[in-house]
Write a protein that binds this ligand. Sequence first.
Ligand code: NAP
Length: 505
Amino acid sequence: MATDYAPKDLPSHLRLYIGGEWVDATGGATFDVLEPVSNETYITAASATPEDVNKAVAAAKKAFDEGPWPRMLPRERSRILHKIADILESRDARLAEIESYDSGLPITQALGQARRAAENFRFFADLIVSQHDNAFKVPGRQMNYVNRKPIGVAGLITPWNVPFMQESWKLGPAMATGNTVVLKPASYTPLSAALWPEIFEEAGVPAGVFNLIFGSGGVAGDALVKHPDVPLISFTGDSSTGATLSTNAAPFLKSLSLELGGKSPAIVFADADLEAALDATVFGVFSLNGERCTAGSRVLVQREIYDDFIEKFAERAKNIVVGLPTDPKSEVSALVHPNHFDKVMSYVEIGKGEGRLLAGGGRPEGFPTGNFVAPTVFVDVKSDARIFQEEIFGPVVAITPFDTDEEALELANDTRYGLAAYVWTTNLKRAHNFAQAIESGMVWLNSNNVRDLRTPFGGVKASGLGREGGYRSIDFYTTQQSVQITLEESHSPRFGVGGATPGKH
Ligand code: NAP
């Protein structure tokens, strides 16, 4: 049942979208979707069976094998993608309210993510028309060139944090390059994904190019990963799920892109611009409710400034406005689901035995129900603490002091993860050397997480495999066939004419 702060005109049931048709799951199974403030079921969604996955893959394969999409000129596809971006921009407010209601993201931040979704489509629309490939000539003898081709049906599996934006991050390049897709969004947050079909139809995407299945990861997601007609899987989610997927995809020798968890360090040296570092580190861990893969959830602070920094940090955390997702003043709001709330709260309790609590530590005042967690700050956290090592994925930070550059580096690298890192120092040499030595896929120097879509995105260690972003996304979603042509008479060693003769190769 929808609450009084629900967006208008919500559907009561979400269906699958296969081959351009809205359909229920075979057998009619559904699952409940909760809204994170009341934790009441407000909608049901069709729960795809392996048979439904087969149908979605068959529709996508037909559109790939027989339809116009992979055969269009890049400019034609680009026009459609720009249209998608235009539609997304024109509906950003609606998208944001839907996303915010379903996921608990504060409305202002959901709006930013809706605009980023549009930008993801615009970016890849531009990239495919400027795409060029290698050609190599051996003068007078041979010409070699690269044929870049879409691969087929791409399986896209996405998480519940900033769901619509994450979906666009995969849909943009997968579709731009001429593949057809089956998207399986996270079960906690299916609502915004149900907006895609109408947007794509309006923009002129042919039926069958985009297919949407809802349902449990272990059933629908698993069937997609193991489907022999799905040669590539792009997955974003938890590291342990990534490992399972990797095992399941291995017998099929599929291309895999895995964007996984993180426990990213933000390292603040005494010579840093401390006000800027404070702004960025507070934002880095508490924005998007702390449900952010690149959150700077471990803050390492040089001893000289430690006491002063943690005091200011805790003060900021206490002043953060926690409120309803719909309230434009809210900076932190409800976590996505009661199960996730329980997980984050259990870490808050663990943290009380592992560090010194300076802010938060439970529910915020005024929110006795719903998935609200007060922005929580633990200081003096040792590197073997669970709250230092494990991804909490909520508004909880572990702060640790260090003395030397060597110690800071050791602490920064002392986890199984390696997604992002943030370094705050005015020493240019130190900044670059630190970036080089840190074990992470991405480093921001004197900056919070500002993305340039041309740069590679991804992690090392348990944070992922492969890179997307810019032309790396194009590389993942296409195959590169090399073609060789001789420019002279063909000279081959002449076998079968009585003894070996020298020949050109
Ligand atoms: P998750 O539990 O791993 O789920 C991600 C997706 O995988 C969901 O759609 C899920 O379906 C599906 N799934 C689960 N088991 C599966 C299986 N055996 N086969 C196929 N699909 C399966 O992750 P989450 O809790 O939604 O997301 C949070 C995690 O994502 C965090 O660890 C976060 O750091 C990570 N993340 C990483 C990045 C990055 O770019 N590196 C970005 C955002 C988030 P159900 O929803 O039905 O379970």
